[in-house]
Design a protein around this ligand. Structure first.
Ligand SMILES: [Mg+2]
Length: 327
């Protein structure tokens, strides 16, 4: 017999996070805790309005599967009971952690994967004035960060990118437009990015406009984020995108994320990993995906004023892993 607890937590940010869709100053997460045979497993998810989610809707979805969870269902059955999204992620992550505790193994061991000593990750530059984005880029570079993710909207694209590139001529830059661009003019923007040595462009167009990317010759890789949630999306994305951004809050947990990564790779799509604004608890759940990812964008917790205990060991552009931290 299992017990199930569900709660929300609010985590204030130390600095507002600004992307094309808007600004936020706190993260509201939903946490599921399962207890069985004296062991507990917790999972966290960040409901996302872009995908029609709120804390309330996610709590309601979880409440609907609580009886089945109390009866002891596993991750396989869960995939049938809830659709992909934050609610399934919170539960799937809690089931993974519970499984680890009951078997006294970490996620890496359960998957027979080797944990790296550290993970290199992108630091995100949120949208601001060109000179302040350039100053942030330089500050991160001087702290040792070599991979920067530049958030952009449809304004000041040249000014922002030129200022950043001038400040950090040797940094690897990836750009995320969060669906804010249009197909008209996209070719010229892609050429500008390529000329500035940008390594990848994430989700330039609204997901509904994906068809515009078919037969679109582009000088740098384009990555699907808002357009890619689960394996079901892959046939539609092939030939339009070169890469996908996997996030547990979209896949509905590590179980589908592992399958998505494998199938995407098999179809010739490269993989990057992302996260919402979240605590270390949510990043820890996704860590076994890092092997095979071209870019890892796990800096969500570094935007928070505080973090869960134990927190992952973040330093600029890096996460140091240890056995205890991975559990
Ligand atoms: Mg993105």
């Amino acid at each position: 017999m299992r017990t199930v607890q569900v709660r929300t937590e609010r985590w204030p940010l130390h600095t507002p996070f600004v992307i094309a869709r808007g600004s936020r100053s706190e993260a509201q997460v939903v946490v599921v805790t399962l207890t069985q045979q004296g062991e507990t497993g917790s999972g966290e998810a960040t409901p996302y309005a872009r995908y029609g989610e709120s804390a309330q809707s996610v709590m309601a979805q979880i409440a609907a599967v609580e009886p089945a969870l109390r009866e002891g269902i596993g991750r396989d059955v869960l995939q049938q009971l809830l659709p992909a999204g934050a609610a399934r992620n919170a539960v799937d992550s809690a089931l993974w952690e519970l499984e680890c505790r009951l078997q006294q193994q970490d996620r890496w061991q359960l998957l027979a994967r080797q944990a790296p000593a550290e993970v290199e990750m992108a630091q995100t530059l949120s949208i601001g004035a060109p000179e302040s984005m350039a100053a942030s880029a330089l500050a991160w570079w001087e702290k040792g960060v070599r991979l920067l993710k530049v958030k952009l909207d449809a304004h000041l694209i040249t000014e922002r990118l030129v200022a950043i590139r001038t400040a950090v001529p040797e940094a690897t830059l990836i750009v995320d437009a969060n669906e804010s661009w249009h197909s008209e003019g996209l070719a010229a923007r892609c050429q500008l990015l390529a000329d500035l040595g940008v390594a990848m462009l994430e989700q330039p167009l609204p997901a509904a406009d994906d068809a515009a990317l078919a037969n679109f010759i582009h000088p740098l890789p384009i990555c699907a984020d808002e357009s890619c949630h689960t394996r079901a999306d892959l046939p539609r994305l092939q030939g339009r995108y070169d890469m996908i951004n996997i996030k547990l809050d979209k896949t509905g947990g590590l179980t589908e994320a592992l399958a998505l990564a494998e199938e995407a790779t098999g179809r010739g799509l490269a993989v990057m990993l992302g996260c919402m604004i979240c605590t270390s608890r949510a990043i820890r759940a996704a860590l076994p995906l890092v092997s095979g990812a071209r870019f890892v964008d796990f800096d969500g917790p570094t935007w928070l004023a505080g973090d869960v205990e134990p927190a992952l060991r973040f330093s600029p552009g890096r996460i140091a892993l240890s056995h205890a931290a991975e559990q």
